[in-house]
Design a protein around this ligand. Structure first.
Ligand SMILES: [Zn+2]
Ligand SMILES: [Zn+2]
Length: 73
């Protein structure tokens, strides 16, 4: 059985989303920072964790952006 990368419980095919080489419940596949629920089409990954593009682009402040994604050029 495959387990969810977020909560660790078994993921059944009907509720599975496979991203970043891991399995997730659809409800568990949300941004690590702001908890916005993501889909296979709108997430961004960093160090094998999912984030939304809003968080990545630094809307939470440059400190957060640098903390999670490194300083931009
Ligand atoms: Zn889960
Ligand atoms: Zn986010």
């Amino acid at each position: 059985m495959q387990s969810c990368a977020r909560c660790g419980f078994v993921v059944y095919p009907a509720e599975k989303i496979n991203c970043i080489d891991q399995n997730w419940h659809k409800a568990c596949f949300h941004c690590d920072v702001c908890k916005m629920v993501l889909t296979a089409n709108n997430f961004v990954s960093h160090k094998k964790r999912p984030y939304c593009s809003v968080t990545r682009d630094g809307s939470y402040g440059s400190n957060m952006s640098e903390m999670y994604f490194g300083a931009k050029p």
